[in-house]
Design a protein around this ligand. Structure first.
Ligand code: DGT
Ligand code: CA
Ligand code: CA
Ligand code: ZN
Length: 576
């Protein structure tokens, strides 16, 4: 629905008009209209089918604005908006949108200090130039700097793991509000997409206005962007936007379905509903005026003749067809993971001792945990020199003796793949290790052919089990290496070796698209966190989420296997 889109345009018209000193009554008319649209429950497109007269029935929308809405729906443009944009510097509009600024302050900043962009605004705040302006004090300056930081940060996509835990805390507090009957995180975060543009929350309540307002006052909320009886938009640290949508309890499942997306999945579902003579929206599945489903997602999918689809699969990549045939794959679940297969200890750049790692694994209910310290080529990581390996393995064994192997520490290593494809330990060292991961930490920009040969050579080594964080990308920081993955996966399949999904939040490697390819090749996977400290162990959830996005089942994931079977597999690689 285009309600929010048009509301934003009207809001911008109001802001720009006010900035230019237009008639305050007209400014207020646009603001009221924006607010009315923002609060409107039905899609404006549907109301617009009744023409100008129907639009005029919306409180706050007069004739002139009704015509503008129709125009926009037809042409995708509002002339007045474009005229104003030609008169107001683009950066000024951005400055106005910073919570706590607004058109009047923006005008002051522009006229007195020449602030015409967010960077210029930052400069004026940091230099203290703003303190000369009327109504500005040290407190206001500090508050605006914080707001600005949030806005700057919110313009980018965040790795899911960088915002998920803060979001969960907000969700917990939302659920504690007495009027809230149910609440969930929806959107791309619920689908475990590797990055999120913003976070989408859904709450079920009969008291929308009260809940929306209380939501904006919860502790993690750093700034409020918009507030209406049915929704709110706020920022939380480290600078991500959170959209709260509110529906009545009988619509919670439909709302959750709708706002979980993806957009492509939703559009496909709506088409199926239409073909069945039904209508699907965020309030339910409708036959005429009768709601035939809506309270739960299961009920919504069932009304459309299909099985409930796990959110990570909702990308319209064939999952709807399978759900109709009751043939969805059985996805791996976090509870099925029996241990973490990439963890670093104090022996390289990890924070914890072997004993501590064993304790954390026990706390998580794991049967095993692989200690996979770096090899020496990764200098920043303080890799374990080959002559120290015997001592390290003995230390791991001693911990296992002490704990009775519950949980069992697997003596592993993350061995660097050198630029020519040789490994950073000689075979005499590799063969002492129970688990050998190989991965790239240097010379990331080799051409595709050289990189492919480098990786192929590494996995040919008979002591190697797993290709770890295969693309070596860092989300937002380093592009994936270029390699012929089809050739690499083909060879790995022939050799029976496994590929990793590294769940560390800014790696997420293999990425979902490549993980899907690897599954099609029939490869085995390991899921890991690449933890360097205790906190990181929670990224297993992200690795599992990504595995689900790749439609992996437990049988394709090595670390769902009991310890004995896993050790058999590890030994089997070497005996062929
Ligand atoms: P993001 O935020 O870019 O990581 O991705 P999403 O999937 O969270 O997208 P978002 O936040 O724009 O919207 C949340 C969900 O709302 C989206 O997944 C699907 C649902 N939705 C359903 N119909 C529409 C529509 O017509 N427009 C938009 N923007 N969202 C829709
Ligand atoms: Ca979102
Ligand atoms: Ca959103
Ligand atoms: Zn690594």
């Amino acid at each position: 629905m285009k309600n929010a889109e048009i509301a934003r345009i009207f809001e911008e018209i109001a802001d720009m008009s006010e900035f230019l000193g237009d008639n305050p009554f007209r400014v207020r008319a646009y603001r009221n209209a924006a607010r009315a649209l923002f609060d409107l429950e039905d899609p404006i497109e549907e109301i617009a089918r009744g023409g100008v007269e129907a639009l005029e029935q919306i409180p706050g929308i007069g004739h002139e604005l009704a015509v503008k809405i129709l125009d926009y729906l037809k042409t995708g443009r509002v002339k007045k908006h474009e005229e104003l944009k030609a008169k107001v510097p683009e950066g000024v509009l951005a400055v106005m949108r910073v919570p706590g600024v607004g058109p009047k302050t923006a005008k002051l900043l522009y006229e007195k200090l020449g602030v015409d962009s967010l960077p210029a605004f930052r400069k004026a705040l940091e230099s203290g130039a703003v303190l000369k302006l009327p109504g500005f004090g040290e407190k206001k300056r500090a508050r605006l700097l914080k707001s600005l930081e949030l806005v700057e940060a919110a313009s980018k996509r965040w790795p899911l793991g960088a915002v998920l835990y803060e979001a969960r805390e907000l969700l917990r507090l939302l659920r504690e509000l007495p009027e809230v009957e149910a609440a969930e995180i929806a959107g791309s975060a619920r689908r475990y997409k590797e990055t999120v543009g913003d976070l989408d929350f859904l709450a079920a309540t009969r008291e929308g206005a009260k809940v929306a307002e209380a939501f904006t006052k919860l502790a993690p909320v750093k700034a409020v962007y918009a507030l209406g009886p049915g929704k709110a938009t706020v920022f939380i640290s480290p600078g991500i936007q959170v959209d709260l949508k509110i529906v009545p309890p009988e619509s919670f499942g439909a709302g959750l379905q709708y706002f979980t997306g993806s957009k492509a999945h939703d559009i496909h579902l709506r088409k199926i509903a239409q073909q069945m003579g039904l209508k699907l929206n965020e309030y339910g599945v409708w036959r005429g005026d009768e709601r035939i489903a809506g309270a739960s997602e299961e009920e919504v999918y069932a009304a459309l003749g299909m099985d409930w689809i796990p959110p990570p699969m909702r990308e319209d990549l064939g999952e709807i067809e399978l759900a109709k045939k009751h043939a969805l794959p059985h996805l791996v679940r976090l509870e099925e993971i029996r241990g973490d297969l990439q963890v670093h200890s104090k022996w390289s750049d990890g924070k914890h001792t072997l004993e501590e790692l064993a304790r954390f694994a026990a706390e998580l209910g794991y049967e095993y945990l692989a200690v996979t310290d770096h090899s020496p080529a990764v200098r920043v990581a303080g890799g374990v020199p080959p002559e120290k390996m015997k001592e390290r393995i003995a230390a791991i064994r001693r911990v296992n003796e002490k704990t009775g192997g519950r949980p069992y520490l697997i003596a592993g290593a993350e061995v660097d793949i050198l630029p020519d494809g040789r490994l950073d330990y000689p075979d005499e060292v590799l063969k002492e290790l129970e688990l050998v991961l190989v991965s790239i930490h240097s010379r990331f920009s080799m051409d595709e052919e050289a990189m492919t040969r480098r990786i192929l050579r590494a996995i040919e080594n008979p002591f190697v089990h797993v290709l770890a964080h295969p693309t070596a990308r860092l989300i937002g920081k380093r592009a994936p290496v270029k390699a012929d993955w089809e050739r690499i996966f083909t060879r790995m399949k022939a050799l029976g070796k496994a590929v990793e999904i590294d769940g560390y939040y800014d790696r997420m490697d293999l990425p979902d698209v490549l993980a899907r390819r690897a599954r099609e090749y029939g490869l085995l996977f390991t899921l890991s966190t690449d933890a360097h400290q205790k906190d990181h162990l929670r990224f297993m959830e992200l690795a599992v989420g990504n595995a689900q996005r790749a439609w992996l089942g437990p049988e394709q994931v090595l670390n769902t296997r009991p310890l004995g079977e896993l050790l058999d597999w590890l030994r089997g690689i070497r005996t062929g």
